[in-house]
Design a protein around this ligand. Sequence first.
Ligand code: SF4
Length: 437
Amino acid sequence: MSQEIELLSPARSVKNMRYAFHYGANAVYGGLPRYSLRVRNNELNSKKLVQCIREAHEMKKKFYVVANIISHNNKVKTFIDDISPIVEMNPDAIIVSDPGMILLIQKKFPKINIHLSVQANTTNFLSVKFWKDIGIKRIILARELTTKEIYEIHKNNPKVELEVFIHGSLCIAYSGRCLISSYLKRKDSNQGVCDHSCRKAFSIKKNRRTLKRRDFSEEEVSSDIGRFQTDSKVLSIIEDQHGSYIMNSKDLCAIESIRDLIEAGVSSFKIEGRSKSTFYCARTTQIYRRAIDDVISGKKNINKSLIRMLNNLSNRGYTSGFFRKDRSCEFHQNYERSHSLSASQKFVGEFTGKYKEGFAEVLVKNKFCVGNNLELMNSKKNIQFFIKKIFDERWNSIFCAKNNEIVYISLPEIENPFDLKFSILLLNLENGNKTAI
Ligand code: SF4
């Protein structure tokens, strides 16, 4: 395979963008909170976006500006004024879903590339042709397509760039077509303030009384949590001690579909996660960089250690999504919990790149102690080691490092030492779990 394949990572902040590039992203995407679908946990403002675009270009990387809300009149009116200083920096594209905003951009900035957001739910080759004919350069396809459908879209539109989400949270609805959060919390997901209502534990009430498992006869209780049972008029659902997470999708993890998707014509793989941590951004980028490079270099199978590393990240359970059709409901949904869990690794620190007396400086993010089994994560190499010594800032030898402290730690001998800036420290919760690559 010799195509140019892009790895596209999320940037909620300047810092996350830097980590994404360090760990191998070709491009990142980030947006102004007012016009993109991540209002919370998005540290980017106009000034920071300008800085991001400048830094990305200095590193010969790409930056895409997201403006993919389903816009109401008030936002259409202010959009051009707000986006102008950012467009002046020449971002590599603007990601949009609203046809009105597309028209506005094309009129005001005819030279800028436009990528059609996943929110536009493009699911067939005729839609792709329609968007191509009005000047869209790239289509971010709906998540609900099979690889076979993507292949057909590409065959009919070989010159249009196709992008897909390869990893991250999934909605229970077609992206952008969900109103659950609007109805329940008056937080419109299409304006970027979704409160993840679908992930809540729902309970069943009758005459204002919450029904429990004991309220149902044995016959009614299905062994499968969350199975719907119809009783002439009402649709009922059984709740057990975990609750009833009836609309809670597992997270997408389609690492094993990369080869098929490249062969189907996909040229950009996007990682979801503009509200996720720096560590999540760095780790997913590191893993997918390696996976894409392996596929391009002709390796037949995905390295199992990469899949283990993904499992070590906190997740709601993984599904490979819709790329392969033969999947049941249980395969996509997590009926038992909606929060993300990681049982095997924890992010505990960031290396600053500085040294003192041969000990590496670390900004502590979670507690770790002498004797712990740790992983030093770096774009060059991941190294497992047991920590022997920790010093605090006053050079006292300490047993445990605590949140937000600056500490100095002993490192194992490294054959070809590398710059530790952007390196991350992980605590292995299961000692036997070796994930070095
Ligand atoms: S409530 Fe759930 S399905 Fe709806 S937009 Fe939010 S995350 Fe997606």
